[in-house]
Design a protein around this ligand. Structure first.
Ligand SMILES: Nc1ncnc2c1ncn2[C@@H]1O[C@H](COP(=O)(O)OP(=O)(O)OP(=O)(O)O)[C@@H](O)[C@H]1O
Length: 275
C-alpha cells in the first residue's frame, strides 16, 4: 500500500522542524529517508506513526488519511521500529515479538495458530530464534534491535516505518536487515544514515535538509554529484558492486585532497585506470 505525504508541517517549538514536506513512498518498495543530523527525519517518521501530531498536512496510506484511523486500526496497518523503543518490562525476545500481534488479538486475546506462526517466522527471519528465550536485558544492543524489528514484522503491517534500523548492528547484520526489509514486498519507509546502504537497497530516496525535501528520486538521482554536495557536503562515486551488481556509493568530504596515487577527479569511478 503506497504512502503519500502532502504538505506536512510539524515540530517541537514555534519554528517548524519539518516544513511543507511532500513525499511518495511507493507500494511494496523500500524508500530511504536520508539527511544530515537534525534535518528532521525522526520528526517526519514520528508524524507517520502518530507519535507526533502534525500542524498541517496529510499522510495518506492507500486512500485513507492516517489521522482518521482509530489507534488500533492504525497499529494494525503501520509497524514501527523507532529510536527510543524497547524500555519497560524485561520480556524475553519471543514475548517482545509476540507483542507485535496485540493490534490483531487485543491485549488479552491470546495467540492463535496464525499469530504464533507470524511470531516464529519473524524470529527466524531476523536471526533471533537462537535467543528467543533470553530476556531483553541479557541481549546485546544489536540483538535487541533485531528483536524490535522482528516485533514490527510479526505485526504484518501494510507499512513499515523504521528509524535507523541498522543502529547497533555489525556490518553483516546491517546487510542482512536491509536485504530482508528490501525483499519483504511490504511498503517500507526507513531513515538511514549510511548512504552506501541506501544506495544499495533503496528503490527510492528522499533527502531532507533543514526540514524540507532537498532531493527525491532513484538512488542514482539523489546521489548524483549536485544533490550529494548540496545536502551532505560530500563528493561521491556510484559504482556497481562487481559481485552483487548492486549500486555502491563511495563518499568523501567535498574538496578532500587527493592522496598520492588517487585520481584526484571527483566522481571518477574507483576502478578506472590510474593516470
Ligand atoms: N522531543 C523533542 N523535543 C524537542 N526538540 C526535538 C525533539 N526531537 C527532535 N527535536 C529537534 O528537532 C530537530 C530535528 O530532529 P530529528 O530527530 O527529527 O532529526 P534527524 O534528522 O532524525 O536527526 P539525526 O540524524 O541526528 O537522528 C533537531 O533540532 C532536534 O533537536
Amino acid at each position: 500500500m503506497r504512502l503519500r505525504i502532502r504538505g506536512l508541517t510539524a515540530g517541537w517549538t514555534r519554528v517548524p522542524t519539518v516544513d511543507g514536506v511532500d513525499a511518495d513512498v511507493p507500494e511494496g518498495g523500500l524508500t530511504a529517508l536520508v539527511g544530515p543530523n537534525g534535518s528532521g527525519k525522526s520528526t517526519l517518521l514520528k508524524t507517520v506513526y502518530r507519535a507526533l501530531r502534525p500542524r498541517a498536512g496529510r499522510r495518506l496510506l492507500g486512500e485513507e488519511d492516517l489521522l482518521g484511523l482509530d489507534r488500533r486500526e492504525a497499529a494494525r496497518r503501520v509497524g514501527v521500529l523507532g529510536q527510543d523503543q524497547g524500555g519497560g518490562f524485561d520480556f524475553t525476545a519471543e514475548e517482545a515479538v509476540a507483542l507485535g500481534r496485540v493490534p490483531h488479538t487485543g491485549p488479552f486475546g491470546g495467540l492463535g495458530a496464525a499469530d504464533r506462526e507470524a511470531v516464529a517466522e519473524a524470529l527466524e527471519r531476523t536471526g533471533c530464534a537462537a535467543f528467543a528465550d533470553r530476556p531483553l536485558s541479557r541481549l546485546s544492543g544489536g540483538e535487541r534491535q533485531r528483536v524490535l524489528l522482528a516485533r514490527a514484522l510479526a505485526q504484518r503491517p501494510r507499512l513499515l516505518v523504521l528509524d535507523e534500523p541498522t543502529n547497533h548492528l555489525d556490518p553483516r547484520h546491517q546487510f542482512a536487515v536491509l536485504e530482508l526489509v528490501a525483499g519483504l514486498g511490504t511498503t517500507v519507509l526507513a531513515a538511514l544514515h549510511t548512504l552506501d546502504l541506501a544506495a544499495a537497497y533503496a528503490d527510492r530516496v528522499v533527502a531532507l535538509r533543514a526540514g524540507r525535501v532537498a532531493a527525491a528520486g532513484t538512488p542514482a538521482e539523489v546521489f548524483a554529484p549536485e544533490p550529494l554536495r548540496a545536502v551532505f557536503g560530500l563528493e561521491g562515486t556510484l559504482l556497481a558492486d562487481p559481485v552483487t551488481g548492486r549500486p555502491r556509493l563511495l563518499t568523501r568530504p567535498a574538496g578532500a585532497p587527493a592522496a598520492p596515487g588517487g585520481s584526484g577527479t571527483p566522481g571518477r569511478a574507483a576502478h578506472a585506470p590510474r593516470r
